[in-house]
Design a protein around this ligand. Structure first.
Ligand code: FMN
Length: 325
């Protein structure tokens, strides 16, 4: 299936279908299974800033890279950072697909230096999942975005492997934040992270978890923003996350401007064979429409390449309601 090879973050992928950061990418066996199933790459289950910092507290001091890598490895072998580094090393030794590490963070801290150690362990790229729920009414959006950019700048200084940033869907102006991220030489953005959902049990009157897995209808928002981002900032890669459940969904994401899709819910619900099914669908669709390479597909329907970009900009239902009573 040469036809579905793609480039994402400068990495060569045999398929644009990436297994997203989740429990499905948390062990060596699961990563091997993903490779066997046809995944183009995996994003490892995130290591959390808090996990890194807990362990740093147990290490008196550490010197600069590369010695820091050995030091940390020796002292924290049995804990999560040590295990995370080992997972990266083992995956790099035993798999040939790109291994994208993931850090879940909220602010700047010493943890940033550990991005170096993750690079030294052999990760092909790093995905930063930045999010702090803004519960303080006095914090402005500007301050929050500044925090994002500060983190990105510090991590960029620390590593030389490609960096991508996984964003939530809640920005006032997603294009503006992606533009700022792009100006900091970040290779890609993941649109969008899906947060742990909240629901209310009305009989017990208790807060509970909502649906852990996404629904295909959730793809729509990422499609719109991918089309707009790729239309105006074509040099930053986009991976679509949230709502990709089928090969057809993946094709939509690619047409909108994604270089890759990151899937979790579909693989949890249907097993890893869904990856192979998506690959086959994308390949057959490309043959049917006479596309030789994914380069010709990505962005073909972004907001710049379609005749009426307003189709992506339409937000209100006025006309719909006047036609449907
Ligand atoms: C059980 C589970 C665990 C997840 N863990 C992480 C994580 O550690 N880091 C992260 O960035 N995203 C995590 N995610 C989010 C997924 O990577 C993905 O962005 C989200 O589920 C939307 O994609 P989907 O519609 O294909 O499920 C997790 C999702 C699920 C369902």
């Amino acid at each position: 299936m040469n036809r579905i090879k793609t480039k994402y973050l400068g990495l060569e992928l045999n398929s644009p279908v990436i297994l997203s950061s989740s429990g499905l990418t948390s062990t060596l066996q699961r990563i091997k299974d993903a490779e066997m199933a046809g995944a183009g790459a995996v994003v490892l289950k995130s290591i959390f800033e808090e996990q890194i910092m807990n362990e740093v507290a147990h290490v008196d001091s550490y010197s600069d890279y590369p010695e820091a890598a050995d030091y940390v490895r020796t002292y924290v072998q049995e804990n999560s950072l040590g295990l995370y580094l080992k997972l990266i090393e083992d995956a790099k030794q035993q798999c040939s697909i790109p291994i994208i590490a993931s850090i879940n963070c909220r602010g700047i801290g010493e943890w940033v230096d550990y991005a170096r150690v993750i690079e030294a362990a052999g990760a092909d790229a790093l995905e930063l999942n930045i999010f702090l729920l803004p519960t303080d009414k006095e914090t402005s959006s500007d301050e929050i975005e500044r925090n994002y950019l500060n983190i990105i700048e510090r991590v960029k200084e620390a590593i030389s492997i490609p960096l991508s940033v996984k964003l939530g869907a809640g920005f006032t102006n997603p294009l503006a934040i992606v533009r700022e991220i792009y100006y900091r030489n970040v290779k890609g953005v993941v649109l969008f992270n899906r947060f742990y959902p909240t629901d209310i049990d009305i009989e017990k009157m208790a807060v509970k978890a909502g649906d852990i897995f996404s629904h295909p209808s959730e793809l729509s928002n990422a499609l719109r923003w991918t089309a707009l981002v790729n239309g105006s900032l074509p040099l930053i890669d986009v991976a679509v996350s949230t709502g990709v459940h089928s090969g057809a969904d993946a094709v939509k994401a690619l047409l909108a401007g994604a270089s890759a899709v990151e899937i979790a819910s579909a693989a949890y619900e249907n097993g890893l064979q869904v990856i192979g099914e998506m690959n086959t669908f994308i390949c057959d669709w490309m043959k049917r429409h006479e596309f030789q390479t994914l380069r010709d597909v990505t962005g073909r329907m972004n907001a710049k390449n379609i005749a009426d970009p307003m189709l992506y900009e339409r937000t209100q239902f006025m006309k719909y309601y006047s036609n449907h009573e």
